[in-house]
Write a protein that binds this ligand. Structure first.
Ligand SMILES: NC(=O)c1ccc[n+]([C@@H]2O[C@H](COP(=O)([O-])OP(=O)(O)OC[C@H]3O[C@@H](n4cnc5c(N)ncnc54)[C@H](OP(=O)(O)O)[C@@H]3O)[C@@H](O)[C@H]2O)c1
Length: 307
């Protein structure tokens, strides 16, 4: 990333950083590093948008990609866009918000470890929705379901010893602290706040997971503002205003694929944007205490225990 004063000013504007011009400016400083090839990769939400572009990048690097998603027609289009003849792409229908479905899907996986797990599935539902286990959907699908997935893969030796776990969070998390009260949103559902708080929890969990499993690399990242169905559907006004400045899914997936494949040393537990670690907070009012982190960890562990 360029460190000129003008570039720093543009980064502070947020808009000229998270948008397509920000990507182009930051990408001018990217180095052409060596990549890990032929990896085994599991991508949640790999059937559309950023997750699909990531799957296509990895597939082109010889990876075997396993895509998880809900919608069969999206999955069919995604699979058609990969080179099916190579037999290196598989789809499993899994709703990440349904913890029993996540358990069944992990049980059904072959006993071969993954090198990379990309925790990308995400959406911002317009209305509050409860999952079969009675959790609020954003929290269940983006935080609980992904935590459960990694926990089960680890417990069943389905992660290689130096596996990379990448949480797809969002710069929106900067607006919110870690919030652990009323996670079912019984009192009030604001989709923007609910989403940003789930994204904050992902960033905190990535750093905590890294401490728990130091042989692996666990990071979180922000793809920038990307023109996808999620943005068109959940933020129509933002999409209308910003549509000419949004990143392509390929640009949004660049850092994701780099984190999954680079042979350069990564900073475990960090939050990345455009291939660079970023601050975890922009203001002190969002900072969590070590006790909050441990509370989140035990909440996750309890909510994903099978009994
Ligand atoms: N686009 C942006 O500007 C932006 C910015 C910051 C962060 N992000 C994050 O980037 C990630 C990808 O978003 P996107 O913009 O690429 O959205 P997208 O084009 O709508 O793709 C979302 C993917 O997630 C899957 N998905 C959603 N909910 C799921 C669930 N409950 N269970 C399983 N799969 C689920 C979708 O498949 P099904 O519909 O079949 O379930 C789809 O494959 C999300 O985590 C999002 O929060 C996006």
């Amino acid at each position: 990333m360029s460190h000129g004063w003008w570039s720093k000013l543009l980064d502070r504007s947020i808009i000229a950083s998270y948008d397509r011009t920000g990507y182009e400016r930051h990408a001018a400083a990217f180095v052409d590093d060596d990549r890990r090839r032929h990896q085994r990769v599991l991508i949640t939400g790999g059937t559309a948008g950023i997750g699909l572009a990531h799957a296509q990048h990895l597939h082109a690097l010889g990876a075997s990609v396993r895509l998880w998603g809900r919608d069969a027609s999206k999955a069919a289009a995604a699979m058609a866009s990969l080179d099916k003849a190579s037999d290196r792409a598989t789809f499993d229908a899994v709703d990440m918000g349904d913890l029993d479905a996540v358990r069944r899907a992990v049980d059904a996986l072959p006993a071969v470890p993954f090198d990379v797990v990309t925790l990308n599935a995400g959406a911002m539902p317009l209305t509050r929705t409860l999952t079969p286990q009675g959790h609020e959907l954003v929290w269940a699908s983006q935080v609980l379901g992904h935590f459960l997935l990694v926990r089960l893969l680890h417990a069943t030796q389905r992660l290689s010893s130096d596996a990379r776990i990448v949480w797809v969070s969002s710069g929106g998390m900067y607006t919110q602290p870690l919030q652990l009260e009323d996670l079912r949103r019984d009192a009030h559902y604001d989709r923007h706040v609910t989403y940003a708080q789930a994204k904050r929890a992902q960033v905190v969990l990535a750093a905590r997971m890294q401490r728990e499993w130091p042989s692996m690399v666990v990071v979180s990242m922000h793809p920038g503002w990307v023109d996808t169905e999620a943005v068109r559907h959940s933020m129509p006004m933002f999409h209308r205003i910003m549509r000419h400045r949004l990143r392509t899914p390929e640009q949004g997936a660049d850092t994701l694929t780099w984190l999954a494949t680079t042979t350069s040393k990564l900073q475990g537990g960090a939050f990345y944007f455009d291939r660079s670690p970023q601050p975890l907070h922009l203001k002190s009012s969002t900072e969590e205490s070590p006790a909050d982190v441990e509370r989140l960890w035990s909440l996750m562990t309890n909510a994903t225990s099978s009994t």
